[in-house]
Design a protein around this ligand. Structure first.
Ligand code: AKG
Length: 301
């Protein structure tokens, strides 16, 4: 059965920024929670205007921050899922928004008062052709040598339902550990990963939201988004908060990351990592550096 969450969407008329007991329970039992408002109509309209302008001017393209995250050699029909990484670098006002303030307060409540914004990005799924994001866990993108603790906020900049590229979740999946992933379309050059385990469609929960609403999920919650078949471009502004990762006592294996790494140049890899996690522990970078130097010198240990 596909359950729509609109009736569970908790209203936040005054955009007060902490989760209720029910919302906290939903996050810990289901791995996600939907809020009907985290920003204001005026703020959402301004953020949308800024993103439309940045994308139209192809800001960030040369630096590799603007790209189609689903494009691959087998599916070269790009511009169906356009990602702009760290838009707040180009428009610092984004960091002063009510959205970021509210999300920060919620992250402090849920993760730790020491948590901070580590990464922001926009995903544009163009009208009529926008490709849904494949099922994945966010932790599949993170370095398996470290223990991570992150929380992601997903705010649509227009109303979204199944036909507009809304989010869908598999409740309880955050308790299953990090699952096997692979490159989308079997192409290691593609940015996106997909979960290699089949997701029971009858258990997924689709999450329609009004503009300025918010879906919040943890790093292991399996999630996807639907195709945008509507006549309106779908924008979502996504914030990831985290605490500094710590070297894991039980490091995971993530062959999908290794396979992609082996195809990338050292400098491109390092640039991407620095882009993705601005405020990670310096120890992480020491490990990246050591690993790549080993690869270059032929020592693959
Ligand atoms: O916007 C989407 O299509 C998916 C976003 C996503 O995967 C995320 O926020 O972690």
């Amino acid at each position: 059965m596909i359950i729509e969450t609109s009736s569970n969407c908790n209203s936040r008329e005054n955009q007060a920024a902490s989760l209720s007991e029910d919302e906290l329970r939903s996050l810990s039992t289901s791995g996600f929670v939907a809020l009907s408002a985290i920003s204001t109509t005026a703020e959402v309209a301004e953020i949308r205007r800024i993103f439309a302008d940045l994308v139209a001017r192809r800001v960030g393209e040369k630096e590799g921050r603007l790209f189609d995250n689903m494009e691959s050699e087998t599916r070269p029909d790009g511009r169906r899922s356009i990602q702009l990484t760290n838009p707040s670098k180009y428009q610092t006002w984004l960091l002063d928004t009510l959205y970021v303030r509210n999300a920060t307060r919620i992250a402090h409540q849920v993760l730790s008062p020491k948590s901070s914004l580590t990464f922001d990005f926009v995903l544009l799924k163009p009208a009529g052709v926008g490709a849904g994001t494949p099922w994945h866990q966010d932790e599949a993108y993170l370095d398996p040598k470290f223990d991570h603790s992150t929380l992601t906020f997903w705010m649509p900049l227009q109303d979204v339902a199944s036909s507009d590229g809304c989010m869908a979740y598999l409740p309880g999946s955050h308790l299953r550990g990090v699952l096997e992933h692979r490159s989308v379309h079997g192409d290691r050059h593609a940015h996106a990963f997909e979960c290699a385990t089949a997701v029971p469609q009858e258990e997924l929960v689709v999450c329609p939201l009004p503009a300025g609403g918010c879906a919040i999920h943890g790093q292991r919650t399996l999630h996807t988004s639907t195709n945008n078949t509507s006549s309106v471009d779908r924008y979502a502004y996504i914030l990831t908060f985290g605490i500094a990762p710590v070297l894991s006592k039980n490091p995971r294996k993530a062959p999908w990351l290794e396979q992609r790494r082996s195809k990338e140049s050292f400098f491109r890899l390092l640039f991407r990592k620095v882009q993705r996690i601005r405020s990670s522990a310096t120890s992480m970078y020491r490990v990246y550096l050591k690993r790549r130097l080993n690869v270059i010198s032929g020592n693959h240990s």
